[in-house]
Design a protein around this ligand. Structure first.
Ligand code: PMP
Ligand code: GLN
Length: 383
């Protein structure tokens, strides 16, 4: 694939080069709270800009706990349930994986998987073991997960809502993961960065609520507040596991900029109405893009969360693979459009028949993106 860069950088670079509409990399062009930007600016100018505690600012750690009590109905005990603030969910993932797995160990990943998981597992010296999620609803059965477990297995990485597919793990899949983790003494690393971006009406379910003693729940302010460049994340986990994660974190990044932590604490305290309005707006954007593409002959998969929608090339009459399609669709003088091929999230990288589209865009961008995708479909169908 592209030497040295992620698929997101690669496609965003091509989108800039061809002046294309960018429905590739997952970032919104609306939806963040202006009041939180003002808190951040004030904190930079008048607040503390020196190293905070490596655990994170107490006010943010408390805000994270209160947020989950309020929004996800959790009952948390500050002596037992501990938050560590990290530099984005990416660092939380790296620290969690390195805390629980090393050379000779195995970590179960679901395919397709967010692009960082397998490289981070390998960097830790461990081996990714794959379990396929099955379209169209992208679930894995308890039997399939059990078959992947060996005496070397240390952890299972769950991602719900799921990037790239927009699926959420069913209660049955979550229950199976918890049962197996208990039987085999595994840690569940639960990447829940999309927990608030729910577009299907189903509630968010975290394994932390049922297995707090062995779950590392990962969150990201980038997603909760639609400020993806801020890179403020966290883990919420059991006190003993938190110490293990913190020991890695202290040599990965050590701390996260305190003015941003102050601002994120203010963001987490925004009223339910703000979060619910964001959900409604993202759902509206998803529906707008879906309606325009369906009218243009595209077959789409159902989604429940995240900024992403999957389109099925083969069912839409396009026989070429996802990577080939994405390269062709973006490289146009006047009507280029960037998408992400699902193959970038697959263990073998082999071409698939699915592309991922980011719908977290203003109406004008969505409408023009859909127009261009419909043109691309008409041009490339049968090709
Ligand atoms: N996990 C998933 C599933 C994601 O989609 C993303 C970002 N899109 C991340 C982790 C990284 O989050 P952050 O920017 O907070 O590092
Ligand atoms: N997580 C974002 C996405 O899925 C992009 C992150 C990145 O560019 N590495 O699109």
């Amino acid at each position: 694939m592209q030497a040295g860069t992620t698929i997101f950088e690669h496609m965003s670079g091509l989108a800039r080069q061809h002046d294309a509409i960018n429905l590739g990399q997952g970032f919104p062009d609306f939806g963040w709270p202006e009041s939180v930007l003002a808190v951040g600016a004030e904190a930079i100018v008048h607040g503390n800009n020196q190293y905070p505690s490596m655990w994170g600012l107490p006010e943010l750690r408390e805000a994270v706990m209160y947020f989950y009590e309020r929004r996800q109905g959790m009952t948390l005990d500050p002596n037992q349930d501990v938050v560590v603030i990290t530099s984005g969910a990416t660092e939380a993932l790296a620290a969690s994986i390195m805390a629980v797995a090393g050379p000779g160990d195995e970590v179960i990943l679901f395919a397709p998987a967010y692009d960082a998981y397998a490289p981070l597992v390998r960097r830790a010296g461990a081996r990714p073991v794959w379990v396929a999620l099955q379209p169209p609803d992208w679930q894995a059965s308890g039997e399939a997960i059990a078959a992947a477990i060996t005496p070397a297995t240390r952890a299972i990485i769950l991602n719900t809502p799921h990037n790239p597919t927009g699926a959420i793990a069913s209660p049955a899949m979550i229950a199976a993961i918890i049962d197996l983790a208990r039987q085999h003494d595994l840690v569940i690393i639960s990447d829940e960065v999309w927990e608030e971006v729910l577009t299907g009406g189903a509630p968010h379910v975290s394994p932390f609520g049922m297995a707090a003693d062995r779950t590392i729940k990962i969150g990201s302010a980038g997603k909760l507040l639609a400020l993806t460049g801020w890179k403020v994340g966290w883990v919420l986990t059991d006190a003993a596991l938190a110490v293990r994660v913190a020991k890695v974190h202290q040599y990965l990044t050590f701390t996260t900029p305190p003015p941003l932590q102050v601002a994120v604490a203010a963001g987490l305290a925004l009223p339910d109405a703000w979060y619910d309005a964001g959900r409604a707006r993202f759902t509206g954007a998803r529906d707008r893009l879906a309606a325009a593409l369906t009218a243009g002959g595209w077959e789409l998969l159902p989604t429940q969360g995240s900024y992403f929608l999957m389109a099925d090339l083969a069912a839409s009459g396009i026989t070429m693979g996802d990577h080939t399609f994405c390269e062709a669709a973006v490289a146009r003088a006047d009507d280029g459009v960037a998408a992400i091929p699902l193959s970038a999230f697959q263990p073998d990288g082999a071409e698939t028949r699915f592309i991922r589209l980011c719908f977290a865009k203003s109406d004008a961008v969505l409408d023009e993106g859909a127009r261009r995708l419909n043109l691309a479909r008409a041009r490339l169908a049968g090709g």
